[in-house]
Design a protein around this ligand. Sequence first.
Ligand code: FAD
Length: 566
Amino acid sequence: MPQPQKVYDCTIIGAGVAGLAVAALLAKDGFKVKLIESHSKPGGCASFFRNEGFRYDVGATTLSGLEEGQPIAELIKELELDKVVYKNKIGTEDKETSLRLSHSKRGIQIFQDGQIIHRYTDKEKWINESYKKLISNKNIDTEKNHRAFWNELYRIEKSAFKILKVHKNLLPNSFKDYLSCLAPSKLLASLSGLTHLPQLYLPLKYLLKKYFLSDETAFIKFLDEQLIISTQNNTEKTPIFTAALGLTYGSSIYYVYGGVNQLAVALQKRAEELGAEILMRREVLQIDIITQSPVNLSTKNNTKNSLSEDFSKTYLIKDKTGEEHLSHKIISNLTFWSMAKLTKGETQNFFQGFVNKFSYDISAFTIYLGLNTNYIPPTDYAQINLNKQIQHCCSHSFYISFSRPDDEIKASEGGLNIIISTHTKAQEWLNLPEEEYLKKKTETESYILEELFNTIPELVKEDGNTENETVQSSIELAASESRISLDKIRYKIKSLISGTAKTFLHYTKRKNGVVGGLPHSVDYSFFELMPKKVPNENIYMVGDTGFPGQGLVSTVYSALSVRESL
Ligand SMILES: Cc1cc2nc3c(=O)[nH]c(=O)nc-3n(C[C@H](O)[C@H](O)[C@H](O)COP(=O)(O)OP(=O)(O)OC[C@H]3O[C@@H](n4cnc5c(N)ncnc54)[C@H](O)[C@@H]3O)c2cc1C
């Protein structure tokens, strides 16, 4: 057994976006940092793979949180991620590239009940569109109420990001955290936070009632499908506060050239440049607490924080190769299910408490599709809301991300990279005989693809079309009886792979391949969620199970928050 020699200041377990972000930030602060990841590639739910010349995001495809002062904008600025240069395969060559973001100004197209609803980024345009297409009881009062409903959500969102900018210590979970809320620089934001408390406990349906919109079925269907994608819940269960973030994110979304995975790739490169040691293909199997103080690595002279007061406790981390790593602090990018397996004693009891409290079985069904077509979709993102549940899934809708024609990393010329995702129960796909698994997977894949091609037939038409023609022909097709059969257009498909809970188990090692983070619900209090620090230990948690919320925005916020605590 190799004898550990060095003791690191901080060891991060997991190279998801949260783990990579905290590794880079702490390395920048002068800590001696090690990151241990089980997969061969960075990113976890925001990782990638290539197939037949197409580069696919495994999970996350849409970036938000990039407005001035919002978490991802703050991270990019602080780490100068846009200046990091790294290699990407373009065609057959490896070329030097860097993070390239572009505002998705045209928003999202949502197909529902034979209509195309443009989720415009512009607030006024969006409110008008939503009223025009989704509200049935049209009169001045309803129009006013509908506008007031959206205005309230936008107000909450604005205020939420203002609070998050000032308060990196949410949720407060120690006396020190609560005390810091009273600091003069934070007091105003703390008071503003208090005004939001009721919105953490009341569901969105309360707001619908307040504005007399509870009978607007098309509107509620639309909101439910938006919420399931952004908050993993619906109007009945999503707290108003969380719903406000989940329903307004469409106002500011970004397209990432090469895919959202580029954020993970840039973060890994930056973390290494800043001195973090990153070990890939090293699944962590065990975390032990040892009390004696082994020899510590000297921290950099310019270190912001001296860790000497914390030297009483040292952690021994064992990875799958048999190697052991010593660290004063652990920052885990894993879920509490995983941590309950890796730890022992009181620490294990702490995580087991959350395992017992929260049952969660939601994973994703994804389709990675490379098409041979000259068609240029009018928006980067779209969503199809159906009237029935998707086969073997637990959702009535699926979300679609398209590549842009000038994105040479995602697809070569004449190719359109399409990523589709929807929600499914993890148990649906686990422990099945191979034949049954493949049969179910093909059924769901065919079901979704047929809906896709019949809703947006331009994708498989011989020649591309303009946006106006798109609208017309989709509606015409919905009215007609003739449906596109998958078999007839298969020749247009250059690459096709589908993913289930098994895929996410592979990419994230999360229990049963459950993804998307813990949904915030009115069924439990915000303050019952997992704190970012294990009591009496130097173990911190980052990632979307620790800080539930809006995907990458919340994972990055959790990294900024843990950095603030150290
Ligand atoms: C299909 C899908 C679509 C999504 N779309 C969006 C979107 O468009 N926009 C958005 O903002 N969010 C989206 N999300 C959510 C977003 O991807 C996640 O919230 C985010 O990527 C989670 O990051 P994380 O760092 O918390 O954890 P993870 O991504 O789960 O990373 C954890 C890492 O830890 C590693 N690991 C696990 N166990 C061990 C171990 N024992 N030892 C070492 N390493 C280990 C894993 O391999 C992984 O790399 C989507 C998610 C999915 C699944």
